[in-house]
Design a protein around this ligand. Structure first.
Ligand code: AMP
Length: 187
């Protein structure tokens, strides 16, 4: 199964992705983690993206799409992809469709975790203390939320027509979200 977890920063995508990885023996594809890793390694890409990341702006589609490509074509990961934070723009969504098509795969389920801005702020403030992420200060959080809303609206429109699209109330407790997800997987 290939699954997309979709929703604003702090919606709980990472938590549910980890659950799905365990349950389905899958591979979490978190572009946020991949990008943070490039910064940690101080790679060429890392140097290029550090400003955007720390200011709550999206990294260019070109860079993100390039980083995703090998993962989608990796045989070991075939049909076990759990996308967390990708795609985030219409161009990324179309790119993913093409990559999956040319590797004989498809998206089986899309979960949209919807959460309001106030809940997001509270959650990320908490995560900041627990995980010490450099892009988790309040200003960046607000920018990330607004960027998300602007850029991902077309992606939401793109996927919501899909019969495998399911919106889940992301303000619920972790276990409630997980069991809702399970109702679509345990079939
Ligand atoms: P996340 O960990 O998913 O909340 O992502 C943290 C930051 O990484 C975002 O605010 C963006 O700057 C960048 N990022 C992560 N995924 C993407 C993506 N698919 N496209 C563009 N930028 C991304």
């Amino acid at each position: 199964m290939n699954i997309i977890l979709f929703g604003p920063p702090g919606a709980g995508k990472g938590t549910q992705a980890k659950y799905l990885v365990k349950k389905l023996n899958g591979f979490q594809i978190s572009t946020g983690d991949i990008l943070r890793d490039e910064i940690k390694k101080d790679s060429e890409i890392g140097k290029e993206i550090i400003n955007d990341m720390n200011n709550g702006r999206f990294v260019s589609d070109e860079i993100v799409n390039k980083l995703i490509k090998n993962l989608v074509f990796d045989h070991q990961k075939k049909n076990k992809l759990i996308f967390d934070g990708y795609p985030r723009s219409l161009s990324q969504a179309k790119n993913l469709d093409l990559l999956l098509d040319s590797s004989n795969q498809k998206i089986d389920l899309i979960f949209f975790l919807s959460v309001d801005k106030n809940t997001i702020i509270k959650r990320i403030e908490k995560r900041k203390i627990l995980e010490k992420r450099s892009d988790d200060d309040l200003d960046t959080i607000l920018k990330r939320y607004d960027t998300y809303m602007e850029t991902t609206k077309p992606v939401l429109d793109f996927y919501s027509k899909n019969q495998n699209f399911h919106e889940i109330d992301g303000t619920q407790k972790i276990e409630q979200i997980t069991s809702k997800i399970d109702t679509f997987i345990n079939v």
